[in-house]
Design a protein around this ligand. Sequence first.
Ligand code: ADP
Ligand code: MG
Length: 357
Amino acid sequence: MDIMDMIVGESEPIKRIKELIKQIVDTDLTVVIYGESGVGKELVARSLHFQSHRKDFPFVKVNCAALPSELLESELFGYEKGAFTGADGLKPGKFEQANDGTIFLDEIGDMPLTLQSKLLQVLQDGEFSRIGGKKDVKVNTWVVSATNHDLENEVKRGLFREDLFYRLNIIKILVPPLRDRKEDIPILFEHFLSRYGKQFNPDFVLDKEVLDIFFSYHWPGNVREMENYIKRLLVLNDWEQLKEEMLDKIHAAPTRRDMAIAAPDVKAKEKISRDVLEKLIDLGEEKERIISLPSLKEIKKQALLKIEKEVIEEVLKRTNWNKKLAARHLKISYKALLYKIKEADIKKPPDLDKERK
Ligand SMILES: Nc1ncnc2c1ncn2[C@@H]1O[C@H](COP(=O)(O)OP(=O)(O)O)[C@@H](O)[C@H]1O
Ligand SMILES: [Mg+2]
């Protein structure tokens, strides 16, 4: 694979993503990639395509947030002569261009509702009609989407069709922000330095301080931000200036002091689980000066995941790791349980393993 398409990183989530990619590339199952801006969603999408049997066919990207509804429709589905004034010939849309390949629907959460039903139809039948077209067009296009929204929440708010959500979201890939997988920072740092060093500044001498500050920075723009900083350093060699800008951003982020003030408050309410509270305090004691306090939404998600994990562990214990039975008690499907066991990294106690053998 091209160096451009290499997913660099050794953190657990990145390793899991690389594994997952291998598992699903040839299934044609629809994929949604979630994550903040700049975490590498598009890279994951390209990686899916270029590792699949579709790699010699086109990878076509469409940004669903960039165009108003009508333009997006003609962009995706094309039009035929006379469809509207100015439509003086047939123009195939991106779905057709991506035939036998992959269409990457970026910012899918911003797709207008009117178009969502047309997309649903393509997903269900592999068929659609061009604007102004009489016949249906058949395509074999793998649909991979990405979003930095919480689509489930968009569904609840009525902004995203529920049926489309379930149809798109068969495989879900979550790319965590860079600040939550710091072990990738030095690796990405090396990667970008060597990748752009040759091109921009082969004699560049790195200030020792750079990696330290890069490591403690909270990376609101994620990997893209780091990539851009490194390019800039190589070209302008203005570390003092860049450092100042980064420190400014650090100070604009929530500080440990804010945390110290907020923490007793939270404690007084006693509503928040101890574990979450401890997590907050842990964060406050990190050696770096920046506290990237997770959002309330993230805390809630983590807390729920933790409770879920504990419950599953307990039920598995009580059923002596009889997963079929445990799934029935939990009122979820066996498959869903397997998925959750893997996702939450629930380990069977070794003594149980022996008993079964
Ligand atoms: N794990 C990674 N390894 C190497 N490069 C990465 C990685 N993650 C992101 N990048 C690079 O960072 C930039 C932003 O990634 P992109 O996929 O466009 O992010 P997103 O689509 O989530 O906004 C791209 O140039 C991409 O190649
Ligand atoms: Mg992107």
